[in-house]
Write a protein that binds this ligand. Structure first.
Ligand SMILES: Nc1ncnc2c1ncn2[C@@H]1O[C@H](COP(=O)(O)OP(=O)(O)OP(=O)(O)O)[C@@H](O)[C@H]1O
Ligand SMILES: [Mg+2]
Length: 151
């Protein structure tokens, strides 16, 4: 299992990790983001999505569950499953249709969709350490390993 851990001292470093990954990621790819409330999942996603070319704000799709973008020739879907009452809701929204060869899926709170989400290529874990955050990236596929090796 390939994994790498980095220390992110402030918000800018979290955004910079998103930018770094934006430069090397390509579809199809699934990223899971796990970490406590306020750990930086949306901050990282914002860095990634804006670096892929989105110029507006990146709102947390807490109530809408998913926010779609078309960036860099990819269908980018930013999920936040925090408020999902029941994983079955994912069936109703046709969750599988989001995971195509053209899509980059970024999923905050993937545990909430356990059993109904495709496995991640890279699972990112964010943890509070002092004033900053520790980020661990774990590869779960060949594509995931290749991405982590390029970091
Ligand atoms: N490396 C860092 N060090 C310190 N603060 C950080 C770091 N990265 C992000 N932050 C700050 O922590 C907060 C993270 O909020 P964010 O919305 O990104 O968290 P989240 O994990 O998406 O939370 P939620 O589970 O509520 O969606 C922001 O205020 C951001 O400025
Ligand atoms: Mg969030």
């Amino acid at each position: 299992m390939t994994s790498v851990t980095v220390m992110l001292e402030d918000e800018l470093q979290t955004i910079a990790m998103g930018q770094k990954i934006a430069a090397i990621i390509h579809a199809p790819f699934t990223l899971y983001l796990t970490g406590d409330l306020g750990a930086g999942k949306t901050t990282f996603s914002r860095g990634l999505i804006q670096s892929l070319g989105h110029t507006g704000a990146v709102k947390s799709p807490t109530y809408t569950i998913v926010e779609p973008y078309e960036l860099n020739g990819m269908d980018v879907f930013h999920f936040d499953l925090y408020r999902l009452a029941d994983p079955e809701e994912l069936e109703f929204m046709g969750i599988r249709d989001y995971f195509t060869q053209q899509s980059l899926c970024i999923v905050e709170w993937p545990d909430q969709g356990f059993g109904l989400l495709p496995e991640a290529d890279v699972h990112i874990h964010l943890k509070y350490v002092d004033q900053g955050r520790e980020m661990t990236l774990v590869a779960n596929s060949l594509q995931g390993e290749q991405l982590i090796k390029q970091l």
